[in-house]
Each structure stands twice: as structure tokens, then as C-alpha cells.
Design a protein around this ligand. Structure first.
Ligand SMILES: Nc1ncnc2c1ncn2[C@@H]1O[C@H](COP(=O)(O)OP(=O)(O)OP(=O)(O)O)[C@@H](O)[C@H]1O
Ligand SMILES: [Mg+2]
Length: 446
């Protein structure tokens, strides 16, 4: 490496105006872990030609390696639309940390343009905590969380139209059928439901271990019936400035009502129940009341608006949220069985080169794997094949042995949840609420 560097430096000494060469040197220095020298060369390259995308790219990366947020923003902000999504996120965070909120917001907007559903908690938090709070006489300073200059509650609420449907969800057939009856058909054929005297409305609460498809299913349900999909991250809403979270929630529901048929999806819904237990008054409590009012139609009608909640901890969900007309159907989303795991494997592999795979054999060895774990397995196997393709220069398909070798490197992530659930099923199975979990636990023993 040092000889490469020495010859690059020497070549550059002969042609100091060669900007591509200087950028190459900067990148090589950065790759060698010499970020400070890389930064000097990249800065010189940008000074020579400030429009060079690659020079700015290296300069920002070097600044990132040196922990210099301001320099990173200076380098990357002008090329924000050409960066990878990951880098744009890094840019937005650095801008938020240095209090450059307009730049942070614009970078965030670039992310949104690529993925309208993007919702980055860390970024939201950074943008809220970097700005001086406004002077409010009525609230003691210590109780005042900081807020950005323009209220998040006023930000336009935009739903998405998911492009996936139930065919993108592996296995879980009974669950899909259930959601068709509870969500899809009521939104598609409200006339029939009314004709047969079936009530439409209320919500479905999906619960289960992480990574087993709760969010994925909710999104797919919206895609299945062409409904608009609104995501409410309870933690993010709870984090908002006093009074804003209620307004934000109300705005989301208003928008959902205006664009019906629509589905409002609440992630981590137990967070709001927890808030109610801990706080008799204050923001958490007010938000619960607001949510209850919205679920009841908030003075108008929720026709064409269905709600889905998701949680890993159903035992922490506020019982008030489970009353009739609210989240009154509680549905367990189990880890996939072997057939479903095979299905998820096939979905994850469908756009990659493969050869002679016996997915059933792999799936059978993935006891207690979640859907996300199955995806992870495919990533690891793909990297193995890719690594070899890069070394040899020959592209080869993903093979059974790639998948088998990857099994050692991926561990099931549902075990801890299952052990927690086991305690609740034994000691707190109110009204048979967790019977389905009980059946799943017994199936593990069998
Ligand atoms: N049955 C499935 N079919 C296809 N993909 C799945 C399935 N289950 C999980 N996945 C994949 O795993 C990823 C994680 O799933 P998802 O985010 O829906 O899990 P979750 O149950 O909402 O987890 P968490 O409790 O952590 O929010 C998804 O992006 C999806 O690609
Ligand atoms: Mg989820």
C-alpha cells in the first residue's frame, strides 16, 4: 500500500493539475485509514474543480471518518441528489447534529423522494434535539423538550400505496384469509357487508415475535385492496413537542378519512399503553385520549378507514385500546413453519441467480427462524457467492452449499420472545387471549 501511495504522490508531483489522479490518491489514502491526509488531498481536488462529484464524495467520507460533521455537510450537501440513500442519511444526521436544519431537512426530502415511506426515528430525534426551544412563559424550562422551528405536526401527512400484496408474503395462509375478511373485503365491498348487517370498522391487533411479518402483512393488506397506507410510529409521535403529537395524530386520521379507502397502521402500539400506565396526566395520557377519539371517528365517521396495530408485547397494550370498535381483534403472527420458511426463501431468492436448490431441505433446518432471519440467510449466502465471483471474475449462481454454509452464521431471533410469551401464556392468559401462542409453543415441543 505504501509503495502505491508513494508512486501516486510522485506522479502527482509531476502533474499537480491532474484532478482525477489527486482524487484517486485521496481515495487510496482513505482506504488505507489515513483520513486526515485523504481529507487534505480531497480538499485540494475540490478547490481545483468544485463540481467534481467524486472529489466531494471522498472529501465527505474523509470528514465522516474524522468525525467532522460540518466538513461533511459542506462536501456532500451540493451533491446530495447523487449520493446513495445511506450517505444521504449520514448527511442529514450530520446536518442536524450541527444545527443546520435547513440542510438536514432538504437531505431528508431527498430520502423521501426515493422512498416516500421512509421514516427515520434517529433523524427525527436529531432534528428535534438540536434546535433551541422557543420561549414559552407557561412551561418551566426543565419540562420543555426542544423543537425544530416549524412544527412537525404541520408537516404534510402523506400515505403511500404499497406495491406489494399477499403474494409477497410467504406462508401464513390462515392469517391472510383472516385479514381478507377483516380488512380487505370490507374495504373492497362495503355494500355487501352492510347488506348482511356486518359491522365494518374497528381494528386488528397483530402481535408476535420480531421479524415475522407484522409490518410486512399490514403493508401487503393495503396493497391487496389498493388502500392508502398511513404509518404512525407511536414512539416518534410521543416524542413530539407538547400538544403536537395529538395534532399530528389528528392530521393523519383526517388525511386517511379524506383518502379512504385507507389503512392506518400503528407500530409499537404498546408504547402508548405504557405511557398511560406511567403517566396519569401529561402528554402520554392526552395522546391515548386523542387516539381513542380518533378511533371512534372524532366527531365524524371512519367509513373506509381501517386500523391495524402491531406489537411484540400485547400484554403491555392498554386494555382500553382493545374495547369493541377499537383494536378488538387480536391476531398472533407466528414464526413461519417449514413450508412458510421455504416460501420466504423462494421469495427472497427470486431475483437472484440460483441453481439446483432444495429449499425444503434448508427450510427444515431453520427451526424457529423468523421471516427476517430467512432473508438474512439469503443475504449471507449471496455474499458468499458474490465474494467468489469478485475473486475469480466469474459470475456463478447461488448454490445449496452457499445456503448450507450460511446456516452456521445465522441464528434464530424468535427464541427470546417465545420464552417471554411462555410466561404470559401460563400466568396471564386473560380470556384465552394467547391461546394461539399456546398452540405454537406446543408445536415446538411436538
Ligand atoms: N412471511 C413473510 N414473507 C415474506 N417476507 C417476510 C415474511 N416475514 C418476514 N418477512 C421479511 O422480514 C422482514 C421483517 O418483517 P417485518 O418488518 O414485517 O417484521 P415485524 O413482525 O413487523 O417485526 P418487528 O416486530 O421487529 O417490527 C420484512 O421486510 C420481510 O421482508
Ligand atoms: Mg414491524
Amino acid at each position: 500500500m505504501s509503495s502505491t501511495l508513494a508512486s501516486l504522490r510522485e506522479a502527482l508531483a509531476h502533474s499537480p493539475q491532474n484532478v482525477p489522479l489527486r482524487v484517486h490518491l485521496a481515495r487510496t489514502l482513505l482506504e488505507a485509514g489515513r483520513a486526515d491526509e485523504a481529507s487534505v488531498e480531497a480538499r485540494a481536488a475540490v478547490a481545483q474543480d468544485s463540481d467534481r462529484m467524486d472529489a466531494r464524495e471522498v472529501l465527505g467520507a474523509a470528514a465522516g471518518a474524522l468525525g467532522d460533521d460540518a466538513a461533511l455537510v459542506d462536501a456532500w450537501f451540493p451533491i446530495r441528489t447523487q449520493l446513495s440513500a445511506d450517505d444521504v442519511r449520514v448527511l442529514a444526521l450530520a446536518a442536524a447534529r450541527t444545527g443546520r436544519l435547513n440542510e438536514a431537512r432538504e437531505a431528508y426530502a431527498v430520502l423521501h423522494a426515493v422512498d416516500p415511506g421512509v421514516h427515520d426515528l434517529e433523524l427525527d430525534r436529531a432534528m428535534r434535539t438540536t434546535v433551541e426551544p422557543p420561549k414559552l412563559a407557561s412551561v418551566p424550562t426543565s419540562a420543555r423538550p426542544p423543537r425544530p422551528p416549524d412544527a412537525c405536526a404541520e408537516a404534510p401527512v402523506r400515505g403511500t400505496r404499497p406495491s406489494i400484496n399477499f403474494s409477497d408474503v410467504g406462508g401464513l395462509e390462515t392469517l391472510k384469509e383472516r385479514l381478507r375478511m377483516d380488512i380487505v373485503y370490507p374495504l373492497q365491498r362495503p355494500d355487501l357487508f352492510k347488506a348482511y348487517g356486518k359491522r365494518i370498522g374497528g381494528g386488528v391487533l397483530l402481535y408476535g415475535p420480531p421479524g415475522c411479518g407484522k409490518t410486512h402483512l399490514a403493508r401487503a393488506a393495503a396493497g391487496e385492496c389498493g388502500a392508502k397506507f398511513f404509518v404512525v410510529e407511536i414512539q416518534a409521535v410521543l416524542d413530539m413537542w407538547l400538544g403536537e403529537s395529538e395534532k399530528r395524530l389528528h392530521n393523519i386520521f383526517e388525511e386517511a378519512r379524506a383518502s379512504a379507502p385507507s389503512i392506518v397502521f400503528f407500530d409499537e402500539i404498546e408504547a402508548i399503553g405504557g405511557a398511560r400506565h406511567q403517566l396519569k396526566h401529561g402528554p402520554g395520557r392526552r395522546l391515548v385520549n386523542q387516539l381513542l377519539a380518533e378511533l371512534d371517528g372524532a366527531g365524524g365517521s371512519n367509513e373506509g378507514v381501517l386500523v391495524i396495530g402491531a406489537t411484540n408485547a400485547p400484554w403491555d397494550v392498554d386494555p382500553a385500546l382493545r374495547r369493541p370498535g377499537r383494536f378488538d381483534r387480536v391476531v398472533f403472527v407466528p414464526p413461519p413453519d417449514a413450508a412458510a420458511r421455504e416460501n420466504v426463501l423462494a421469495l427472497a431468492l427470486r431475483e437472484r441467480p440460483t441453481e439446483n436448490l432444495d429449499l425444503g431441505a434448508i427450510a427444515r433446518r431453520c427451526l424457529r427462524f423468523s421471516g427476517a432471519d430467512m432473508h438474512h440467510l439469503v443475504e449471507v449466502a449471496s455474499e458468499r457467492a458474490l465474494g467468489e465471483a469478485l475473486r475469480t471474475g466469474n459470475m456463478r449462481p447461488i448454490t445449496q452449499s452457499d445456503l448450507l454454509a450460511s446456516l452456521d452464521r445465522v441464528k434464530p431471533t424468535t427464541v427470546e420472545w417465545t420464552e417471554t410469551a411462555r410466561r404470559y401464556v401460563s400466568y396471564a392468559n386473560q380470556a384465552g387471549l394467547y391461546d394461539d401462542v399456546g398452540a405454537y409453543l406446543r408445536s415446538l415441543e411436538g
